[in-house]
Design a protein around this ligand. Sequence first.
Ligand SMILES: NC(=O)c1ccc[n+]([C@@H]2O[C@H](COP(=O)([O-])OP(=O)(O)OC[C@H]3O[C@@H](n4cnc5c(N)ncnc54)[C@H](OP(=O)(O)O)[C@@H]3O)[C@@H](O)[C@H]2O)c1
Length: 310
Amino acid sequence: MKALAATGDRTLVRFADTPEPTAAADAVIIRVEAYSVNRGEILAMTGAYGTPTAPGTVMGQDVVGRVITAAADGSGPAVGTRVVGHAEGGGWAERVAVPTAALAELPDTVTATTAAALPLAGLTALRLLRHVEAPAGKQALITGASGGVGHYLVELATAAGISVTVLAASPERGARLAELGAAAVVHDVADADGPFDVIFESVGGDVLAAALARIAPGGTVLWFGQASLQPIRLSFFEYLTVSPFTLRHFPHWVADTTDAEDLRVLVDLTATGRLHPELGRVADWAETASVLTDLNNRRIRGNAVLTIDA
Ligand SMILES: NC(=O)c1ccc[n+]([C@@H]2O[C@H](COP(=O)([O-])OP(=O)(O)OC[C@H]3O[C@@H](n4cnc5c(N)ncnc54)[C@H](OP(=O)(O)O)[C@@H]3O)[C@@H](O)[C@H]2O)c1
């Protein structure tokens, strides 16, 4: 079957002939209709996490499709059911295995392209917000807000009663975030008012240090990424007046809930019009490499979704 595998160079991925997926007893096999791509996959392929992904590795995880083989242990949905989930062993392929603990069924009202934007970005936003105690009335700053995670975070945080200030590169990128509920849009942290009870930080470089100058005493930073690739540098002495604050490292995969449980929450919010996946780009999967390049170069707002014709 056809799949997209890492090339190990700046072309990122190319089509390869790969074996059909095999599923563990607690996994289904689906025919993939759409998948999304995430910055994390680019970081893995380009070696930002350490060793770059080995050439030939099938990439990807966020998938939507129809079950063609049910789980042998009876734990998952029947053949023919539409699902969204986190694939095992690479998701940018015609057919993939998805553990039943990492999928949710889709109602007919949620399209494949919309649902494909949900898994990684949506789970990250949902789980980040669970670290905010008593959110109603809090002031928050979201950096990197115009990306996949950021759009979800803005809408979910606003719905929870948080007053959100967003950092985005341009007014055009901020406009949709304002529609989703952001109270203020800034293009430089220096222009953000604060003080902020919570800072959601994913850009790195000088951004965190600048944001911390606006944190409320006792505030919390949820530190979940480094899109700029630049490490942060902090001076203890500069933050004595807002001390003590909490700097919390956030990996989305450390959670008390399963992906299946949280995907059900995201699908339900979407189906009932309370969450609006922001599809900044939808293209045929043959264009995956150029879409990844655009995502890497900040040319895509929200999520990027690729589709596979049956
Ligand atoms: N900890 C976890 O479990 C977890 C899970 C998912 C994602 N992440 C991380 O969270 C971050 C956001 O993920 P995402 O999928 O939303 O990524 P994304 O769609 O690429 O969004 C990242 C945003 O960061 C902004 N940005 C500012 N400076 C940048 C720079 N120098 N280079 C690139 N982007 C820059 C861009 O917005 P502007 O151009 O408008 O500034 C961009 O929209 C990424 O760093 C990702 O690796 C972490």
